[in-house]
Design a protein around this ligand. Structure first.
Ligand code: E4P
Length: 217
């Protein structure tokens, strides 16, 4: 499974990229607002840090305006994935952009039928939002399972990009049911490395090593 980080914070992105953990980045208008800087500047900086797909979301809601915004965003770098909402206008933009060879991430997916339409429209990525479904007491993971079955039934190449991930269990469960990618907040991604027994074991090993009085170097 690939890991994308879901943030527009370039310092966090750099830190994770330096560890070698990043396959891509997703942003959205709310994350750009949090970054507090001009969108085009932030996206260009992210594309300079990460080689993989960087999702930049259109904010227009009508096809023609989406296409105009996509043209501007697509010119920022070769690794831009244009993010469009799962609406009929968004699907039309997806079809046109993907026919032109542009990567497209269809976002705000909350049903398997929506995911089917995105695949038919040639999306590179479909973003089912599992945390927001869990928030309203629906089963976000079940949506990933359903999309996996449908895409496998018909050989769709659209990658399932599990989004709205809130915790480590979401990540593990998405990996178990075969999501292609998980886009994860930086704190959750770093948290995946943590285990209390790892910390305890390391502490004990280092204490014993100190008693030997040796040095490897
Ligand atoms: C996905 O691309 C979105 O940016 C994101 O995962 C939304 O997550 P949220 O529901 O935590 O806002």
């Amino acid at each position: 499974m690939k890991f994308f980080v879901d943030t527009a914070d370039t310092a966090e992105i750099k830190e994770l990229a330096d560890i070698g953990l990043l396959d891509g980045v997703t942003t959205n208008p709310s994350l750009i607002m949090k970054a507090g800087r001009p969108m085009k500047e932030v996206i260009a900086e992210i594309c300079g840090i990460v080689e993989g797909p960087v999702s930049a979301e259109v904010t227009a809601t009508e096809f023609k305006d989406m296409m105009a915004e996509a043209e501007v965003l697509g010119k920022i770098a070769d690794n831009i994935a244009i993010k469009v909402p799962l609406t009929l206008d968004g699907l039309k933009a997806c079809r046109t952009l993907s026919d032109n060879g542009q990567m497209v991430n269809v976002t705000l997916c909350f049903s398997a039928n929506q995911a089917l339409l995105a695949a038919k429209a040639g999306a590179s990525f479909i973003s089912p939002f599992i945390g927001r479904l869990d928030d309203i007491h629906l089963d976000g993971l079940e949506l990933i399972r359903e999309i996996r079955v449908i895409y496998d039934n018909y050989g769709f190449e659209t990658e399932i990009l599990a989004a709205s991930i809130r915790n480590a269990n979401h990540v593990k469960d998405c990996a178990l049911v075969g999501a292609d990618v998980a886009t994860v907040p930086p704190s959750v991604l770093k948290g995946l490395a943590k285990h209390p027994l790892t910390d305890k074991g390391l502490e004990a090993f280092l204490a014993d090593w100190a008693k030997t009085g040796q040095s490897i170097l």
